[in-house]
Design a binder for this molecule. Sequence first.
Ligand SMILES: [Zn+2]
Length: 395
Amino acid sequence: MESRETFRYQKDNKIRNIIVTIVVIALIIGTAYVIYSNFFSNPLKQNVEVEAGSKLDIKDFIDTSKYKVTVKKGLTDQQARTVGNHTITLNVKGKDYDATVKVVDTTKPVIKGVKKWHVDVNSKNDFKKGVSIEDNANGKTTLKVNTKKLNMKKEGTYKITYTAKDASGNTATKTTKVQVSDFAKIAKQKIIYLTFDDGPSYNTPKILKILKKYNATGTFFVTGQWPEYFKYITAAHKQGCYIAAHSYTHNFNIYRSEKAYFDDLNKIEEVIKKYTGKYSQDLRFPGGSSNTVSRHYATGIMKKLCKEVEKRGYVYVDWNIDSTDASGNNVPVAKLIANGTSTYSKHLCLLMHDTGAKKTTVKALPKIIEYYKKHGYKFETLENSPFVYHQRINN
Ligand SMILES: [Zn+2]
């Protein structure tokens, strides 16, 4: 009895050992396979983090100097902008491999179309109008505007702040000015906005001296033509003049495309920021918005630019009275004075130029200022002007 039981026990034990051995072998093979397929077979780096909206770089997944790699299935534009895991397939030496891409969003949204406001006392305004958010990722964005500091009942300059938030919680803020004025009162006043294009130049300090002498002020639409005089931008700004954008190169070939125009504009904006501490929100197109010279570069470009600059929060300013100092160098002083004082409107925006060659403009300026003083005009800059001077667009 005893030996039979022992035999049976040994038999059971043997079967169990075989099963255990099989399971262990299977586990070893399985583990080896997983290790092999993950670390040896698939040469692609996994879980690579990519910022939403950016392009994939194959080099982040595999050393392309060692392998011949082609993209079998990349991210669609939609996937590239969607936070989360996505799978791509790369072909390495003729074989396809998958890799997981982690799209993350750490970039702030961009608030567009923020402009300065000039509004009438007690008026109702939608300060979100024209303001939009651009984000690198898909998902809901929100825009809020904080107007707590704004008092619509009282004339003054106030600040309002926009806050944009994207789906990943990245936030951006942008602040702008709201000038509250009594429009009825302004309409009764006589105001002249002296404007000087194309500087800073050799003549800028002379112009500033004259403005100071008469306790007058003006707006300089500056260029980057003579960097050696950039310091006068700071001087003009400190004296209370307004620095606005004209063009960096002042070459009309900036009208060949929107991109060319804005590349040039951004360059002069950086100069303005550097020398005044802030970007300008006003600009004057070289040749004015009514120029026809741009036709040589691109048909319809001025119509497009006028719309686009406003979308980007700019006010573009032309003029309603011209000293005609652009018609040549050394235009006689008497002619400049006559032209510069030839209109009887209550609100004038006078075009003059600030370049080294316009010596007669400097000579005519005191007489022009004296004329307007005598006739009761206030001198102001375009920074807070409620008036917009636009000419007819011809291209
Ligand atoms: Zn100009």
